[in-house]
Ligand binder design. Structure first.
Ligand SMILES: *Cc1c(COP(=O)(O)O)cnc(C)c1O
Length: 381
């Protein structure tokens, strides 16, 4: 048996030990973490919907109608009218024929890979893809090939090297630790040349990118013809929980029949779906949240440009400051925390070796003063 204690100690010595900070309030910009009042710059609640009064009210109504637990899996008797309405609403919003709700994005990604590819097939993934896509690829049993970040030539030559079996290419839409955006049109062209499926995981684009918040695909002017498999999560900009896959009727039916991470798990509480329907309504009817977020991103970049901060090339709400060294990154995060600014240190293996970073995320709910305080704390740290 391996010595867990010495493994943990080794992690500590390398500054890779992870600790959970305790939050005592709802997701909001000014919050209390480990007993300290802080301005939060690491939430994925980009539009401030996680604690929106109307979303909370919808959640409560959902509980009055459906109770709390869903009781069973979707294929037993856990598939409620609220889940079904949400799937229809998401299909209409995304412009795909159908969608399927999953309990988490992690599970959605496992399910798609398992259903589309298996032994003898190939799955090709951007090197910076989210861990859930990678894990889905590994679990599928297909040969997993990782191409260089956003490198279409590398992808093409890897696709060309796979002469038999099904091929699935999957990519983050907005890269979760870098904030840059995949070139979806180029990916789509390459996939059609090589008869490969293309899947885009838009966890960080859905709700925020595009004129109507329909995400990376709206921004790139793509649809089901170019991206046959679209995935987005509901726990980030949407402010609730869960995820969905959008695709053809045949894809959705196949997932219902075969995706183990869909079949063998209890359905999410129906009241969550009721709350999500309300979030989706707000998203469509109140573009001002997206506008505030975009204003905040522009303001942050404008302020940061006047400093010597090492910003990445990102136009999204994810604005990493790459530090490199792990110990230094952790020390910076601690210093910021002592100045009541919450920015988590992101370390390997979440990001590649040598690229430890402060991952700043902006929200529609930040004020200009919050952003100025962040910039000042960053330059002094
Ligand atoms: C957060 C995230 C997921 C996982 O979604 P959950 O609903 O949190 O399980 C998947 N892909 C990407 C790119 C993510 O950022």
């Amino acid at each position: 048996m391996k010595d867990l204690r010495s493994q943990l100690d080794e992690r500590k010595a390398k500054h890779l030990y992870r600790r959970r900070r305790l939050s005592e309030s709802a997701q909001q910009v000014e919050t209390i973490i480990d007993g300290r009042p802080v301005i939060n710059f690491c939430s994925n609640d980009y539009l401030g919907l996680a604690n929106h009064p109307k979303v909370k009210q919808a959640f409560k109504h959902g509980i009055d109608q459906y109770g709390v637990g869903s009781g069973s899996a979707h294929l037993v008797n856990g598939h409620s009218k609220a889940h079904h309405q949400l799937e229809d609403a998401l299909a209409e919003f995304t412009g795909y024929p159908r969608t399927l709700l999953f309990s988490t994005g992690y599970m959605a990604n496992l399910g798609v890979a398992q259903v589309l590819v298996g032994r003898g097939d190939s799955i090709l993934q951007d090197r910076l893809n989210h861990a859930s896509l990678i894990d889905g690829g590994l679990l599928s049993g297909a040969r997993l090939l990782r191409y260089r970040h956003n490198d279409i030539d590398d992808l093409s030559s890897k696709l060309a090297s796979r002469t038999s079996g099904e091929k699935l290419v999957s990519s983050d839409g907005v890269f979760s630790m870098d904030g840059d955006i995949a070139d979806v049109n180029a990916l789509a062209n390459t996939c059609s040349q090589h008869d490969a499926w293309l899947m885009i995981d838009d966890a960080h684009g859905f709700g925020v990118l595009g004129e109507n918040g329909r995400g990376t695909l709206e921004q790139a002017d793509c649809n089901i013809d170019t991206v046959p498999v679209y995935m987005a999560t509901l726990g980030k900009a949407i402010g609730t929980a869960g995820a969905f896959i959008a695709g053809s009727d045949d894809l959705i039916e196949t997932l219902i029949q075969q995706a183990r991470s869909y079949i063998y798990t209890t359905a999410q509480p129906p009241a969550v779906a009721v709350a999500t329907l309300e979030s989706l309504r707000i998203l469509q009817q109140e573009p001002e949240h997206r506008q505030s977020l975009n204003d905040n991103i522009a303001y942050f970049k404008q302020c940061a440009a006047q400093t010597d901060l090492n910003l990445s090339d990102s136009d999204t709400a994810i604005q990493p400051v790459i530090v490199g060294d792990v110990e230094k990154t952790v020390a910076l995060s601690t210093t910021l925390f002592e100045r009541n600014i919450l920015v988590t240190a992101i370390r390997p293996p979440t990001v590649p070796e040598g690229t430890a970073r402060l991952r700043i995320t902006l929200s529609a709910a930040h004020t200009r003063t919050h952003i100025e305080q962040l910039i000042e704390a960053l330059t002094q740290a």
